[in-house]
Design a protein around this ligand. Sequence first.
Ligand code: ZN
Length: 252
Amino acid sequence: MSKLKTFIRTKLTAVFLAVCIIALPIAAPIASVNAAQKPDAFMVFFIQTVLPLLMQIQTLCAAINGGTQSTLPRMGISAGHGGNTGAYANGVWEDVKTLEVALAVNKEFNARGYTTLMNRTDNAKCDKETKLALYKAWNPDILLEFHYNIGTGKSEGLEVWYDSGNANGKRLAELLADKLSAVVGLKNRGAKGDDNSPLGGFYVCGSFPLGVLVECAFLDNPNDVKKLDSTAAREKFVKATVDAVAEFSAGK
Ligand SMILES: [Zn+2]
């Protein structure tokens, strides 16, 4: 039995890769035909069938390799909107700014050993339903979503939304609001509870045990936007984001 276990532990990854290499030339032409004929159906098939299957294989490998898997939370990093949607002010679309922040945050999480999944890595459109299906299939421990706010032109500051009644969400939101506003000199508008309305912007984050939404700054206030735009400020912001998650996880 122990010989079998040793064989599985040492050979499973190689066997899995070999199966993939053999299956790829067979699957690729079928997939490309499906994708060309029915792009939406193929995307649904990928999210609902292929992605969960890959996750099961990853979980199985981690379980067999017992003790080697990461204890860090698996992070969903979501850039709000996409494809020139969301707020628009002073010639800039919100989704362009949320992507800049999310990419930088994602890079910092990866550098510190976290497993992450982004909803998009370019300016493609990503509606709420697609995003929800993607993260439901992946099941992140923590989902972080980034947006920019819109106000009167003079409104200022950073705020972090959590699911009302979720004590963990409230604690993480408070940590993020305190740290992120402080490091870049934005006004701290605090942590705010949301009722998870399907019509609200918090719909996706509120669908998970722990999801919070960061409204980074006011897009229609150039002074606010500027506080996050320099390389130095962005670096402080992304480090503080990961620090807040690490502090939250250590205190659980
Ligand atoms: Zn938004």
